[in-house]
Unconditional design. Structure first.
Length: 210
């Protein structure tokens, strides 16, 4: 099962990817986590990516596609994978096709901008391992502490209201056209955001025939 998860920033792609990778027994490839690891480790790619991210710009396609291609060539991706956070643009989608990277389904999580604004304000991320939480929807067992590794939970600059508005504008302009791109290829499956994380997961598994 080779999947792409699409959706606006804060639609719950990361949370759903974590659940689906257990259900489908394939790894989640989160560009955000790969990039953050590269930045934290100070790799040349990471430093290059950081300069773009600090300026509020998207990381160039060749950097993203290079990182993704390397990751998908690893043995744990042989049975399939879930891509979260890429492609973000038609150009990236075309570059993935040119790199010979194929998909079985593209799942789009449909959610309003208003719901996202409310959701993002409560999001917290572990600064050590990158695990995601939400103060109301997916709280950690201990406030401010990651369940997985004990790292500190922080609000990313990305999740502050003025940044969220700017990211949503970029999403509608750059990423939303991917729905039509993959619909033309017969791969798109839309899933309406549900009242709970579990119900959204069930809805995704239904459209995947699981």
């Amino acid at each position: 099962m080779k999947l792409i998860l699409l959706g606006a920033p804060g639609a719950g792609k990361g949370t759903q990817a974590d659940i689906l990778c257990k259900e489908l027994d394939v790894p989640t490839i989160s560009t955000g986590n790969i990039l953050r690891a590269a930045i934290k480790n100070g790799t040349p790619t990471g430093l290059k990516a950081k300069s773009y991210m600090d300026a509020g710009n998207l990381v160039p396609d060749e950097v993203i596609i290079g990182i993704i291609s390397e990751r998908l060539a690893e043995p744990d991706c042989a049975k399939g994978y879930i891509l979260d956070g890429v492609p973000r643009t038609i150009a990236q989608a075309e570059a993935l096709e040119q790199a010979g990277i194929q998909f079985d389904s593209v799942v789009s999580i449909e959610i309003t901008d208003e719901a996202i604004m409310e959701r993002m304000s409560g999001r917290r991320v572990c600064e050590t391992c990158g695990a995601s939480y939400h103060v109301a929807a997916v709280p950690p067992k201990t406030e401010g502490v990651c369940d997985k590794c004990g790292g500190a939970l922080v609000q990313r600059k990305d999740d502050k209201p003025e940044t969220v508005k700017a990211r949503l504008a970029v999403y509608h302009k750059e990423t939303e056209p991917l729905k039509a791109f993959y619909a033309e290829r017969g791969l798109l499956k839309k899933v309406e955001n549900q009242p709970s994380v579990e119900e959204t997961s069930q809805a995704i598994l239904r459209v995947l025939g699981r």
